[in-house]
Design a protein. Structure first.
Length: 190
């Protein structure tokens, strides 16, 4: 089994990436390999709503950027985790550009993300996690994906790089989320 963690933060090594790596570490301990894809290192433009993905039906987008390679990794994964810091009360444009296009292309080609496992992880300095968590959760739900619960919503607090490590409850929540992803993946595999 394989997991992919999509990091929507423009900060290298920032709190979002720390949480995603924590999630992947737990999964790897359960025998599920994983990788972080840092969207800050990719060029992914927003969706233009051109509708070509519904006409072409080739699981690709006509916009010439890094989307297709990231989407291919998403399709190859059994588990997809999307992480974002909170920017002015919502997810970053980097993660939303990817998710909007992935949703369109997946739905245009027979719901390619259907029944994959995953969920969102969100971090903020002070507030906005719940709205951003819901914003990302809507994407998982409309794509017919399976999202396990945890001991709380998958949110944490931290401003400066590394401060998220001081949020014991946030780390515990992400750890349990990852444990539940692994349990669910193994249970479904039978």
């Amino acid at each position: 089994m394989k997991a992919v963690a999509l990091c929507g933060s423009p900060r290298e090594g920032g709190n979002t990436e720390i949480l995603l790596k924590k999630c992947l570490s737990v999964l790897e301990g359960e025998g599920i390999s994983g990788q972080v894809i840092r969207l800050a290192e990719k060029k992914i433009a927003p969706c233009t709503a051109c509708g070509k993905c519904f006409k072409n039906r080739d699981a690709k987008c006509i916009i010439d950027d890094d989307f297709d390679s990231v989407f291919a990794e998403m399709l190859a994964a059994d588990i997809i985790v999307a992480g974002s810091p909170v920017y002015f009360g919502s997810a970053t444009p980097e993660i939303m550009a990817l998710l909007h296009r992935a949703g369109y292309v997946a739905r245009a080609n027979g719901n390619l993300l259907s029944r994959k496992l995953g969920g969102p992880i969100v971090v903020a300095r002070r507030a906005g996690q719940n709205f951003t968590f819901a914003q990302l959760m809507y994407w998982f739900m409309i794509n017919d994906m399976v999202v396990p619960g945890s001991t709380y919503w998958n949110v944490a607090i931290g401003a400066g790089i590394g401060e998220v490590n001081d949020d014991a409850e946030g780390i515990q929540t992400i750890t349990r989320f990852a444990e539940n992803l692994a349990w669910l993946a193994k249970s479904l595999r039978g």
